[in-house]
Design a protein around this ligand. Structure first.
Ligand SMILES: [Fe+2]
Length: 268
């Protein structure tokens, strides 16, 4: 796979939030006009979305090389129920002590385009801690690492496509897209189908985040309904007494209600 070798505009990271927001608004206005003139709604992000500066550098400019899935299966990992321990879905018990922050449960279902449950699917998550720090990332801001929180978990969906993670609510964190750029709080999700060629990656957000309007990654999805599908719902039935607040988030793999998926593993 060949990647684009355009050089990044040196002014990119010095752009102001106002510049970025104005760019987002004008792209969305064009999209709104196209919808009014009968264009089909978009469910996926724009590959080239200028306000998200590095999106211009990341995607292939040539056709993908189509690998034979049968051949790939001979040497790539495959996952099954026996490979994942039930405790791996609890990100709060991986160390000797309790992580700091707001304990939450995130539950939902993985569904196909017709609303049918997708059972036996490997679901992996990774996220920042309650201070907005990743354990593993470069370009870190001065927020503390939590020695009791790694921020990585996984599970296999049950017979009804259901999954559930216990974790700590992540905080927003800054990134270098432009001056004073902050990502809304989010959890990264990766889903494997039945083989390695079916991996999909997306992000889940929390309701009411004031950073939504400012975030060029979230806004690279031009369709409001498609953006809304990335936002979990607070769910009192998932919340447990004196223990954790609960959020519900369903992931739709195909069809017109498909959950937005990244082209490749996101840096942010
Ligand atoms: Fe992130």
């Amino acid at each position: 796979m060949s990647t684009n070798n355009k050089t990044l505009d040196p002014a990119a990271t010095t752009a102001s939030q106002e510049d970025i927001s104005a760019e987002i608004s004008s792209i969305h206005e064009v999209y709104r006009q196209q919808l009014l003139s009968g264009m089909k709604a978009e469910t996926q992000p724009r590959v080239d979305f200028a306000p998200y500066r590095s999106s211009l550098l990341r995607h292939p400019t040539k056709n993908l090389h189509h690998a034979d899935p049968e051949t790939i299966e001979l040497y790539s990992p495959a996952f099954g129920q026996r490979d994942v321990h039930a405790l791996e879905s609890d990100l709060t018990i991986q160390h000797n002590g309790e992580p700091i922050g707001e304990r939450i449960v995130v539950s939902g279902r993985v569904l196909d385009g017709d609303g049918r449950p997708v059972a036996g699917q490997l679901v992996e998550v990774w996220q920042a801690n309650a201070a907005g720090r990743y354990v593993h990332k470069r370009d870190q801001h001065p927020a503390p690492i939590d020695p009791n929180f790694t921020g990585v978990g996984r599970t296999i969906t049950g017979a009804n496509g259901e999954y559930s993670f216990t974790t700590i609510k992540p905080a927003p964190y800054p990134w270098k897209n432009h001056h004073n750029a902050w990502r809304p709080a989010h959890i990264h999700f990766s889903l494997f189908g039945t083989d390695f060629t079916q991996r999909m990656i997306t992000q889940m957000y929390f309701p009411g985040d004031p950073l939504f309007a400012l975030d060029p990654i979230y806004q690279s999805i031009t369709d409001q309904d498609a953006r809304d599908r990335l936002v979990a719902t607070y769910d009192q039935s998932i919340t447990s007494h004196e223990w954790a607040t609960g959020y519900n988030w369903d992931i739709v793999l195909t069809g017109s209600n498909r959950t937005w998926m990244e082209e490749e593993e996101g840096e942010h």
